[in-house]
Design a protein around this ligand. Structure first.
Ligand code: 13P
Ligand code: ZN
Length: 279
């Protein structure tokens, strides 16, 4: 069967949702130059919808780890070195669909990433996070998103780099936070980006948390759909912004949300807070 045009593939619902999220992140100021990346694990239905647009299969590449629970899955992913602000102008040149082989250890491009582009340099972290979050959510998680959220990064210069310190600061800086991420957030110390080592460290955090902060670099979030994943990043960054503003007032913190307040929120909203982060 003849391959259908890229323009038609770009009108598929999940491609449109993906493109919108790339642009939303750009509009937030989280994607200077080629900063940040996004990946989405397709449903079987979406793979069937997209298949008529797949081109000649390209060569296989090693992930660097084996992820059996992702064997045979398809991912829409941003390209390495591509700018989030350009995705909306030309999706097929800036994003593409990759297939994982039957062992979950190699990927190849089946659509998009035109002109010799490759998936994000953070593809190992995306895939390992997909693997861990798929397992942790019984298959519900489909989105992994990395952004250079300004205030989250700023806090990694002044707060101790522990899960507890960041989770408490974020919970206390916006009342919705304990409801949106009651388990807290993970913090990964500064590491060289783009490889398997940082991927392993991040995915270890993602066994417990929906989000992980990379010191002096940015934020990784997960979610079942684009709205939820983007909303999580937005909530964390907004809370970090408030905390940065509070610190910037320069007079210290006069009052905050207490641990008993946090427990009361959790009780009324029916969520289970990570008690090990409470006094
Ligand atoms: P890519 O352009 O390879 O996606 O890298 C951007 C980035 O944010 C690396 O952490
Ligand atoms: Zn980055």
């Amino acid at each position: 069967m003849e391959k259908r045009s890229d323009k038609a593939a770009e009108s598929l619902g999940f491609v449109q949702g993906f493109v919108r999220m790339c642009n939303d992140g750009w509009l937030q100021g989280w994607h200077e130059r080629n900063g940040g990346n996004l990946s989405y694990r397709l449903t079987n239905q979406e793979v069937a919808e997209a298949r008529p647009y797949f081109g000649e299969p390209r060569s296989w590449h090693e992930v660097g780890v084996e992820l059996p629970n992702l064997a045979g899955e398809y991912f829409l992913v941003t390209g390495s070195g591509k700018y989030m602000r350009n995705v909306i102008l030309d999706p097929a040149a800036n994003i593409g669909i990759c297939e994982l082989d039957e062992s979950g250890s190699r990927w190849r491009i089946v659509w998009g990433l035109d002109g010799g582009a490759r998936p994000t340099s953070e593809f190992p972290t995306h895939l390992m996070n997909h693997s861990v979050r798929k397992q942790a959510t019984d298959g519900a998680n489909r989105v992994i998103y990395h952004c250079h959220a300004t205030n989250v990064i700023a806090l990694t210069y002044v707060l101790p780099l522990t899960d507890r310190d960041f989770s408490r600061a974020l919970w206390q800086s916006a009342t919705e936070c304990p409801v949106v991420f009651p388990e807290g957030v993970g913090v990964v110390e500064w590491m060289v980006p783009g490889g398997v080592d940082i991927a392993r460290a991040t995915s270890k955090k993602m066994e417990t948390y929906q989000a992980a902060i990379w010191a002096q670099h940015g934020l990784f979030v997960s979610g079942p759909d684009f709205d939820t994943a983007f909303g999580l990043a937005h909530t964390i960054e907004k809370s970090a912004e408030i905390y940065v503003k509070v610190l910037s007032c320069g007079q210290g913190i006069r009052q905050t949300i207490t641990d008993d307040d946090l427990r009361a929120i959790a009780h009324d909203f029916g969520v289970t807070l990570n008690e090990s982060f409470l006094d």
